[in-house]
Design a protein around this ligand. Structure first.
Ligand code: NAD
Ligand code: TYD
Length: 349
């Protein structure tokens, strides 16, 4: 049996990846390694928690001794590394925690994998899941390709860029077998409600203001999270060793247009008069260092591995809205806890 450890499997994207792997590969033994920070939530994966090929391990990737012992004990064949501090706004107020988890945590996993695989790298694979934000900001034209130079602007993207470089360096220096992907903005069920789409869905439900940063003319390329999980499965199994792939939705939206579309869907779903939710839009102070535009050229993964998104944005957004409306207990369990305190502090002024 193949032993695979997925880090960050109680988070947003990680929970979808864990679910897919546990269900699709009963022959694999899947370990979900997660520290359960504010962003980790075991409620994201209750449907697979009792599966015989699934084990949850609570632990911090920053703790090198713990990681070394875990890898020594289980002799994993594969690592899918998703654990991270992931929110740009938090990286602006607390950059050091991003260095700890995203850089040092990744280093600890690389070192542990290198140690247990040193005598036989055959069939082993370290998969580092990263972001398109490492490329910095685009102007009005162009797309990020796999050869775009790294130019990170936020402490979050700088920490992810650093970890990407260490993964490549371990491949070159020690021959560590790895693959790496850089993906655009994800959305979908189980997305923590501090990110744009779930935050705004929650605020619309509660009739709270929708804080649009700056003039709202920032552009992101949105991908439905289940399509990302499918791409991750494909790259893990079929991606070329030491190669990188960009993953994106071919789906650019200016924030303000996306927010207006979301308001329209929410009005329909909640039976509110058209235009009601748009009145909640409130332009607020811009994010410092706010990247103007991200957009991915996903042609390489499309041509080489045959991947493309399966849902349109309209379909994905409707699925997402339906999920949040059907799962308000999940939402309330989060917003009534520690996150509510953080959120109130952030927007107190
Ligand atoms: P998330 O914040 O929802 O989840 C992160 C998970 O990692 C949580 O379960 C958390 O408990 C865990 N974690 C955090 N610190 C840890 C530590 N020190 N030790 C062990 N576990 C820890 O993040 P996400 O949005 O699911 O992102 C997952 C990965 O995908 C990240 O590496 C992120 O950089 C990357 N990514 C995200 C997006 C996106 O749009 N969300 C896009 C591209 C790439
Ligand atoms: P976010 O979901 O934080 O993802 P990222 O910063 O990684 O792209 O933000 C998406 C876009 O939405 C980004 O341009 C910032 C903007 N935004 C707002 O305008 N208001 C908000 O409250 C949030 C959280 C984000």
């Amino acid at each position: 049996m193949k032993k695979i450890v997925i880090t960050g499997g109680a988070g947003f994207i990680g929970s979808h990846v864990v679910r897919l792997f546990v269900k699709k590969y009963p022959e694999y033994q899947i370990f979900n390694l997660d520290a359960l920070t504010y962003a980790g939530n075991l409620e994201n994966i209750t449907d697979i928690e009792n599966e015989p090929n699934y084990t949850f391990v609570k632990g911090d990737i920053v703790d090198a001794a713990f990681i070394d012992a875990l890898f020594a004990e289980h002799q994993f064949d594969g690592v899918l590394h998703l654990a991270a501090e992931s929110h740009v706004d938090r990286s602006i107020t607390d950059p050091l925690s991003f260095v700890k988890t995203n850089v040092i945590g990744t280093m600890n996993l690389l070192n542990a994998a290198k140690t247990i695989w040193k005598d036989d790298m055959e069939g082993k694979r370290f998969y580092h899941i990263s972001t398109d934000e490492v490329y910095g900001s685009l102007g009005a034209e162009g797309l990020f390709t796999e050869t775009t130079a790294y130019d990170p602007n936020s402490p979050y993207s700088a920490s992810k860029a650093s970890s990407d470089h260490f993964v490549r360096a371990y491949g070159e220096t020690y021959g560590l077998p790895y693959v790496l992907t850089n993906c655009s903005n994800n959305y979908g069920p189980f997305h923590f409600p501090e990110k744009l789409i779930p935050l705004f869905i929650n605020n619309i439900i509660q009739n709270k203001p929708l804080p649009v940063y700056g003039n709202g003319k920032y552009t992101r390329d949105w991908l439905f999270v289940e399509d990302h999980a499918v791409a991750i499965d494909l790259v893990f199994h079929e991606g070329v060793n030491h190669d990188t792939y960009n993953i994106g939705g071919f789906n650019e939206w200016q924030n303000i247009d996306l927010v207006k579309l979301l308001c329209k869907i929410m009005d329909e779903k909640l039976g509110r008069e058209a235009g009601t939710s748009e009145q909640l839009i409130s332009y607020v102070k811009d994010r410092p260092g706010h990247d103007l535009r991200y957009a991915i050229d996903a042609n390489k993964i499309n041509k080489e591995l045959g991947w493309k998104p399966s849902v349109t944005f309209e379909e994905g957004l409707e699925k997402t809205v339906n999920w949040y409306l059907d799962n308000q207990t999940w939402l309330n369990n989060i917003t009534s806890g520690e996150y509510a305190t953080y959120y109130e502090k952030q927007y107190a002024n």
